[in-house]
Design a protein. Sequence first.
Lengths: 215, 272
Amino acid sequence: MTEGSSYQEAVAAGMLPSEESHRALLQSIVDVARAIFGARASSIFLLDRETDELVFEAVSGEGEDDLIGMRIPSSTGIAGWVLVTGQPIVIDDLQQDPRFARQAAERTGYVPEGLMAVPLANGETMLGVLQVLDRSKDRAFSLGEIDLLILFANQAAIGLDLLQTARRARAVAEQGEGSEAVVARIAALLGRAEDEVAGVRLLEALETVLTRLAP
Amino acid sequence: MSERLIPAWSLTTEAQATIGIPAEWPERVTKGWAIGGATGEGVDVCILDSGVDGDHPLVGGLTSAVAVSLEGEEVSIGQDEIGDVCGHGTACAGIVRSLAPACRLHSVRVLGAGNTGSADLILGGLRYAIEQRYDVVNLSLSTTKRKFAELLHELADSAYFRGTVLVASAHNMPVESYPWRFSSVISVGSHEGTDSWEWYANPNPPVEFFARGIDIDVAWAGGNTLRCTGNSFAAPHIAGLSALVLSKHPGLTPFQLKSVLYLTASNTGGTT
């Protein structure tokens, strides 16, 4: 990577949409998934690689108000199995699984009867899991339901990837000490300034100086 | 037959007479010939998954159960003291048992130690299963990690040549994953029917067969049953059918077994 492009990336990082914008994208995906399947809830888990846990990043329906940020182990239970094996799964009569029912009740106070879970992958990297709980039983289940779920999973994976990339970029901009971090912070400040005219004039003056200095 | 006459890399004229392979193939391979009256007796089937609850009535006991873990970067195999960490392995074992009631079931647990290193565990577990010379290994799982693809490919090929049939569930998502894509394994997707004895050969691989994969009442950890759907439940159907074929026709190679499954599939006229 050339130094020029790393500064450009730093500027991009400084001008990234807010955390809320990315969250809104994920929220919209689970809201639509829930509506399409006529489900009681839908959620997106993000894999936190540092702690090796799955974290609730977006929830629609049951648990919407208090599940965000809650963590579960990454390789046990149904979501863990889906993440590690990369295989989508649909399960009904979940209340028959006392271990699942207990864990679900402890987490959410709500024990679903059924769930659909699909892994979220970007290329070869597993990012998390999308779940749809208690889909409507009004229409018969078919393989087409899984295909539809996978379409949502692709969207959710793109959303999760954007969120993670933005978080990493922001971490560099906010905590970094290198010259790129300075550029990123200036870009971020400029984006937030109420009256950016003065700042832009100062930068234009800087640009004139740098243009003369550049080979 | 002296060892030196067994051809490995080439076939001399003198050696030709020494490699007669007993193959009692009928004029037409039918389902009746392939699995009629078979029980899976004498066949070892391994479930490489989340562990298996051997006490579940639908599983009907395990012959062995080990867990794969990582100690540092080393893969370690020990007795499985925990059992099923999800329920899924028990489901797969129950499906195999329902088709091949007299087979010997073995569990190799490769889940439960976190997502990190999970591909190492799958690889270590598969290597162990091949070393044990199990006849059939059910792999209702896959990995997307490319650095493991080559090693998995080597293992799949060595299983193929040693006579261990690997049955792997296909991915129904647009991601590259392994080992189901390898031609040395039998890859399985789902059809929409509810007959466990119905399977189809796919003229458009890499998914090679379709078996029952939706709305199946499966065994689950804790002695329960759940209704499940997914390609991961289609694979153990083909694993169970493979156990039946091998119990009736011991010594078939994975290549021959795949041919039998092809010739007896519902869309190739194999209905009798």
